[in-house]
Ligand binder design. Structure first.
Ligand SMILES: Cc1cc2nc3c(=O)[nH]c(=O)nc-3n(C[C@H](O)[C@H](O)[C@H](O)COP(=O)(O)O)c2cc1C
Length: 164
């Protein structure tokens, strides 16, 4: 029996997914840093993506019995994003999900903001050549996009309900 949703969020999009998942499943949700769930308990872990890595995942694996993991990023939610998430985070024995979050430059700070600006510069060059994914990222950067939706959680919810 899964005990809780544990998440790590930097600017709030992963937290929104944790809230939505909690509302749908009735599971409580806590930030990883809160340390509210006892070691060894079965949990669902959700973390934001930075350079392909799910932040907090390795810590969560050491502390909890992670029964499913979700990575929240900016890129489009499709099977290519999920496959990369699985390889880059060496996920082998738990169900994994990729969820599209968003971008809010006003909430980014320090090194993360700097890195995102560099990434934006790269993407705007690609966008000039008509690259569709780059165009979307440039749009998200300029307009602070939020892609969080219940619809995006559908597969994860289907998994949860079937695992009950
Ligand atoms: C430094 C940095 C690196 C990022 N790397 C990725 C990435 O590799 N893949 C991706 O899809 N999104 C990437 N993003 C976008 C974030 O994962 C996205 O904004 C996410 O919704 C943030 O979630 P949060 O609000 O819970 O922190 C990156 C963002 C930053 C600031």
């Amino acid at each position: 029996m899964i005990r809780a949703i544990v998440y790590k969020s930097n600017t709030g999009f992963t937290k929104k997914y944790a809230e939505l998942l909690s509302a749908e499943t009735g599971l409580p949700y806590y930030a990883l840093s809160e340390n509210r769930v006892k070691s060894g308990e079965p949990v669902i872990f959700m973390g934001w993506l930075s350079a392909g890595k799910i932040k907090g995942y390795s810590k969560a694996l050491k502390k909890y019995d992670v029964r499913a993991v979700a990575g929240v990023g900016l890129r489009a939610q499709d099977s290519a994003a999920l496959n990369e998430l699985i390889t880059q985070n060496k996920i082998s024995d738990v169900p994994a999900f990729y969820l599209r979050g968003g971008l809010d430059m006003n909430r980014l700070r320090g090194m993360n903001k700097f890195l995102l600006k560099m990434f934006y510069k790269m993407m705007s060059d690609k966008a000039k050549d008509g690259d569709a994914e780059a165009l979307e990222i440039v749009d998200a950067y300029r307009n602070n996009k939020d892609f969080v939706s219940l619809e995006n959680l559908k597969e994860m919810l289907d998994w949860y309900r079937s695992a009950l």
